[in-house]
Design a protein around this ligand. Structure first.
Ligand code: GAP
Length: 465
């Protein structure tokens, strides 16, 4: 079982402190969200899992953290200034503004009137291109529209990697093939954001650019397509809720030779099976476009430099073959926020207890759970029990994220921890003072067992891994 729809997660996320609407006390800010105390832990755990899997467990990937605001020329030569736009249409009837290519997904704000027979039909303008990059100015400028100070908030982390290719190559003494990984915020002035954290204007990406010889690119591309499906399953997303989508020639970005998206079943409530799925990540073969376009040397067919501003040539010299060329790039690009949403949806289950009450259990992989263990005193008016519980929490904390909670009856406390995905609850009772043992309760089975306090840390560590 997974969540029946995104709304279920929106309500759980707000109730339990995963995600809140941003600027809520001022009426919110369209499709902006803040991560609460549990959400930030979950997102961090996802990012750490991704980083560990790519940067630590492999031997061919380096990390990077580049600036959000770069020289405007980066976005000129990447093509974003001219091509990073969506087709925009206005409706003269409802005054709404929509993406022409997503009209089937939007709800008319005037639907009520239409249904009531106001006679107002949709009346769309011609589409015009709307650039998605957020503009800003750098430094103390005299006028807001001073072109010389114009800069953008990055719409993807990828370009920061391409422009640092030579820096990383030279300092890490790498040889092809190798990759550079980066996690960070990106910004897009989306025309129609929505569906909770699925599409927002500020979001986080986990991107990796893998540089290789052109003839190796198709094979490596396929390896990452397979590898990422396995990674998503390793963090708890079930295979039946994942699907591949091969972009058509018409859909491919101008630089891409082949792109495969990994889709997740974000909309299980939709009757059309295909419409249930939407993009979780994209994996592109970007050819040699990026390193060439940011290099000073390449020339067009008329012998003119394609980049007259770059001071660097980002080609690669293969020592063994005595050959110079521009590496191909395989790019697995995932969204942190969409992964958080997919993980929450997939972990969502409901269970009925013996009193016939329905309980939510978030069956998160222990690795991702915001809290690994909750330590609960059975009698909070008994100072010896409280002191022992607090001591146990303190002893566990260096090894795992532990919390102490005495703000309710034990049934309530268990239910709260189940709902936020805490794999284990440890209960301290009167007997604990006699036998130096505690009760450990399993989130998924609700089974309980007695464990010696001296063995507790090792026992939990073993079960958490
Ligand atoms: N460098 C390639 C690139 O940026 P993309 O498909 O535009 O490719 C990669 O973005 C991933 O970033 C998407 O698959 C999605 O998970 C996430 N993403 C993109 N736009 C987003 C948005 N407005 N809100 C949330 N996540 C977004």
């Amino acid at each position: 079982m997974s969540a029946p729809n995104i709304e279920t997660i929106v309500s759980l996320a707000k109730r339990r402190g995963f995600v809140f609407p941003a600027s809520e006390i001022y009426g919110g800010l369209g499709s902006s969200w803040d991560y609460g105390s549990l959400g930030v832990e979950l997102a961090n755990n996802i990012k750490q899992s991704w980083w560990r899997w790519l940067v630590y467990e492999r031997d061919d990937i380096e990390g990077l953290d580049s600036s959000i605001i770069q020289n405007r020329l980066v976005w000129k030569y990447s093509g974003h200034e001219t091509t990073f736009s969506d087709p925009l249409v206005d409706c003269r009837a409802c005054k709404g503004r929509f993406r022409q290519d997503k009209l089937q997904d939007v709800k008319c704000p005037n639907e009520q009137n239409l249904c009531a027979g106001s006679g107002k039909e949709c009346d769309l303008t011609e589409a015009r291109e709307f650039n998605l990059m957020f503009r800003t100015t750098v430094g103390a400028v005299a006028a807001e529209d001073d072109e010389s100070a114009l800069a953008y908030l990055r719409p993807e982390t990828a370009q920061g990697i391409f422009i640092n290719f030579a820096n990383v190559l030279n300092t890490s003494r790498r040889k092809l093939p190798f990759g550079i990984a980066q996690i960070g915020k990106s910004f897009r002035n989306e025309v129609t954001p929505g569906n909770f954290i699925f599409r927002t204007r500020e979001f986080e990406q986990m991107e990796m650019e893998y540089f290789c010889r052109p003839e190796d690119a198709p094979r490596i591309h396929q390896e990452f397509i397979d590898g990422f499906q396995t990674w998503f399953q390793s963090i708890g997303i079930s295979a039946e809720n994942l699907k591949l989508y091969e972009q058509t020639k018409e859909e491919l970005a101008h630089y891409a030779e082949r792109t495969v998206d990994i889709l997740y079943r974000f909309f299980p409530e939709r009757t059309d099976e295909n419409a249930q799925f939407d993009e979780l990540m994209g994996i592109a073969n970007r050819t040699d476009f990026d390193l060439k376009t940011h290099s000073k040397k390449p020339e067009d067919t008329e012998g003119k430099r394609i980049n007259s501003d770059s001071t660097e040539d980002l080609s690669y010299f293969d020592e063994a073959r005595k050959e110079r060329f521009y590496p191909y790039v395989i790019e697995p690009a995932a969204g942190v926020n969409r992964t958080v949403l997919a993980v929450l949806m997939d972990a969502y289950t409901e269970k009925t207890n013996e009193k016939n009450e329905t309980r939510v259990i978030l069956k998160l992989k222990p690795e991702l759970a915001p809290i690994k263990v909750a330590v609960l005193p059975l009698a909070k008016n008994k100072p010896e029990i409280v002191a022992l519980a607090k001591q146990i929490k303190k002893d566990l904390q260096p090894a795992m994220r532990a919390v102490y909670d005495d703000t309710g009856g034990i049934g309530k406390l268990y239910a709260r921890q189940d709902e936020i995905g805490t794999p284990f609850c440890v209960t301290i009772d009167h007997e604990s003072l006699e036998d130096d043992a505690v009760t450990v309760r399993d989130r998924d089975t609700w089974e309980q067992g007695r464990v010696k306090i001296s063995e507790l840390k090792g026992y939990l560590q073993k079960r958490l891994s």
